[in-house]
Each structure stands twice: as structure tokens, then as C-alpha cells.
Design a protein around this ligand. Structure first.
Ligand code: SAM
Ligand code: SF4
Length: 365
């Protein structure tokens, strides 16, 4: 017998079929899901929303993921690397405005000078902020040694999306070579945990060939991995990428958006105390997308602190928002919007994942 949405929502544990049913919910049922996830969010993580000032450090990338606008094969991109002074200035802005943490993100590179530069930057940011700014890195797959050197310099969280948790599907979105190996990516997630990071992963939602069954598997993957943080959002096509050829077969942007909201809501119910980001890609489809994600379960937001002159070159997908705003514009509009969504901003706090803290405690016991 098919269960109703209310029956599923009353369960303590979701099986794959339950998740598929929730992901397929119509508008009325979807609201039941959103109400429940909002309640759970308030009970387990509260109203606090934590800032991670986002610095898009460089769009130089050695990889060729089929979905990404800054892939090495896109020769139409103007490549950049932000100077050390500019980064430190953005970090100082974050510190003075009590952002609590930074996320430094870039294309994937593993040359020695890059690895060293990041370690030195992380140390300098820690020094500049008397150790107060938390630092999350998102720079792709690296060796254990590199992860360790960045951790020892002061970074304590790392984001590495698995992108899709099914290895066969992974092959549809990446070249079939050593550089783009699903199992190497998975191994990186394990290495990050071993080194001591709070580990975040995530997926794109609404990719060509992807079904709600795949998305249900992705949520189960997060649960099985016992992940600390998740950032996931809609896939948005970019003209100069191989996946653009499927643009007419995609779900509409609005469908991808609501599917993403459902993923956030279901995950909040499944993993009550993890950190979930309201991602920029949600804002790219709906101007209030991030605030809507906060309402249904997200508790992390990443205001963009990349100097404006570089933003149009970090174009992962079309319609990326806030390209011409400076940090201050973003700050003011965001604060009002988070309040409207019923959130309080956790100024000056790291906002570490409660899940991580519990996991660490359990490991010691
Ligand atoms: N290079 C690092 C990596 O791949 O992990 C970090 C930077 S990468 C640009 C950050 C994330 O952007 C990826 O994990 C991917 O999920 C997302 N992304 C790339 N292209 C996208 C697209 N067309 N639509 C939505 N998200 C995209
Ligand atoms: Fe490079 Fe990351 Fe884009 Fe892949 S997703 S092409 S690794 S920046």
C-alpha cells in the first residue's frame, strides 16, 4: 500500500522509496514536507544562520568536468588568480563585519607553488584575525599531505562535492580518465575526515539523465557517510560546456529549484544537526532562492566577497547572481532578507556543525 506524505513524515527513518515519494510530492504535499522540515530545523539547529564569506580565489583549473563553466577546456574564459593583498583585504572585511568564517574556493590545481600559497594565505588570514575567522577550503582533490598542510595552517572545514553518488552516472558528467575518477573523489572525502576536517559534500540537482531515484540515493549516501555539512543546488547549464547539448531535455529551472528545495528539506529531516548551505545556484534561479532554502532547512549562507572585477570570470553557469555588486551591497540586502525568512545571523560565530562536534565526542568515548 502506498504511504501518504504525512505517514512518511511521521516515520523516524526514511527508506529509499519514502524519499522518492517525497521528492515526487505535488505542490500541496510539498508544503507538508516544508512545514515539517522547518519545525525540525528550528528544534535541532535553531534560527541561527551562519555566514561564510566566499572568496573565489582563482578560476584556473586543471580539470574538465562537463558541467562547469571554468573547466580547462573553456578557452573563452579569462583566467585569473586574486592577489594576496586582495584576499587579505576581503578577509579583513569579513573579520571587521563579524562574518565568523570564510570559504576559499578555486579550480583544482596541485602544483607545488599553489599548495604553498594556499598554506601561507590560510596562516596569514588566521594571523590577521587573531585566529577568530574560521576557514573552509574548497579546492578539489588533493593528496593527504596537502590536506594536512592546509589543516595545520589553520583551515578546519573542507567542501568537496561528490557531485553524484552513483559511479556510473559520474561517468556521464566527467571524462573517463584518471583525473576524473569517482573512487579517487570518494577516497578524498575519507582522507579529509582522517586529517581532521569537518567534511562537507554535495550534489547537483536536475542534471541530464538524473532521476529522483538517483537523488534519493544521493541523500542516502550523505547519511551513510555520516557527513557533517552539505551544499547542494540546481545544475544550471553553461553555454561553453559539453552538457549544454542537453539543455532542451532538462527539467525547467523552476522544477530544478523546487526539487532542490525538497532535497534540502528531506535532508534536514534525515540529518537533523548537520550544516546545510543555501547555495548561490538557488539564488541564480530565484532571487529569493537562498532565503527559501533557509526557511525549509538550510542554516549556512555564503555572501560573495570576491572582488567585483573577478566575478564575471568565475562563471560556473549562466545567470550567476550578484556579479556587479560589492560586498557591502550584498551584506545589507542579505541581512534584511534573512530576517524576513525568520533567521537570525550568528555574527562573529564559526557556526560549526553540531553533528561534527557530537561525532568527535563519540569518537573519544
Ligand atoms: N574545483 C573544486 C571542485 O570541483 O570541488 C571547487 C570549485 S567548483 C567550481 C564548486 C562546485 O561548483 C562544484 O562542486 C560543482 O558542484 C559546482 N558547479 C560547477 N558547475 C556547475 C553548474 N553548471 N551548475 C551548478 N553547479 C555547478
Ligand atoms: Fe574544475 Fe571544480 Fe569546475 Fe571541475 S567543478 S572543472 S574541478 S572548477
Amino acid at each position: 500500500m502506498t504511504k501518504t506524505i504525512s505517514e512518511i513524515l511521521d516515520q523516524d527513518h526514511f527508506e529509499k522509496q519514502d524519499i522518492v515519494t517525497l521528492l515526487s510530492a505535488n505542490e500541496q504535499d510539498r508544503n507538508l514536507l516544508f512545514e515539517r522540515s522547518a519545525m525540525i530545523k528550528e528544534k535541532y539547529v535553531g534560527k541561527r544562520v551562519f555566514y561564510r564569506g566566499l572568496i573565489e580565489f582563482s578560476n584556473l583549473c586543471a580539470k574538465n568536468c562537463y558541467y562547469c563553466g571554468i573547466r580547462a577546456g573553456n578557452k573563452q574564459t579569462n583566467r585569473y588568480e586574486i592577489t594576496e593583498d586582495e584576499i587579505l583585504e576581503a578577509a579583513r572585511y569579513a573579520y571587521e563585519n563579524k562574518y565568523g568564517s570564510l570559504v576559499i574556493q578555486s579550480g583544482e590545481r596541485s602544483d607545488k607553488s599553489f599548495v604553498k600559497r594556499i598554506a601561507s594565505l590560510v596562516s596569514r588570514i588566521k594571523k590577521l584575525s587573531n585566529g577568530d575567522l574560521g576557514i573552509t577550503l574548497s579546492m578539489g582533490e588533493q593528496t593527504e599531505e596537502t590536506y594536512k598542510s592546509w589543516f595545520d595552517s589553520g583551515a578546519h572545514r573542507y567542501l568537496l562535492r561528490i557531485e553524484v553518488s552513483n559511479p556510473e552516472l559520474y561517468l556521464k558528467y566527467h571524462p573517463n580518465d584518471k583525473k576524473h575518477d569517482y573512487f579517487a573523489r570518494l577516497e578524498s572525502l575519507h582522507l579529509l575526515r582522517k586529517v581532521g576536517y569537518q567534511v562537507g559534500t554535495g550534489v547537483m540537482i536536475g542534471l541530464p539523465f538524473q532521476t529522483v531515484h538517483d537523488l534519493a540515493d544521493d541523500l542516502i549516501f550523505f547519511r551513510n557517510f555520516d557527513i557533517d555539512m552539505v551544499g547542494m543546488g540546481p545544475f544550471i547549464e553553461h553555454e561553453n560546456t559539453p552538457l549544454y547539448q542537453y539543455k532542451d531535455e532538462l527539467l525547467s529551472k523552476s522544477e530544478r529549484f523546487y526539487l532542490s528545495l525538497k532535497m534540502v528539506a528531506i535532508l534536514r529531516i534525515m540529518m537533523k544537526d548537520i550544516n546545510i548551505a543555501a547555495t548561490t545556484a538557488m539564488q541564480a534561479i530565484d532571487p529569493l532562492g537562498r532565503e527559501k532554502a533557509i526557511k525549509v532547512g538550510a542554516n549556512i549562507i555564503m555572501p560573495n566577497l570576491t572582488p567585483s572585477k573577478y566575478r564575471e570570470d568565475y562563471l560556473l553557469y549562466e545567470d550567476k547572481p550578484c556579479l556587479d555588486e560589492d560586498a557591502n551591497d550584498c551584506k545589507q540586502c542579505l541581512e534584511a532578507r534573512i530576517h524576513m525568512a525568520g533567521g537570525d545571523i550568528g555574527y562573529g560565530e564559526w557556526g560549526d556543525s553540531t553533528h561534527f562536534k557530537k561525532r568527535k565526542k563519540d569518537e573519544i568515548k
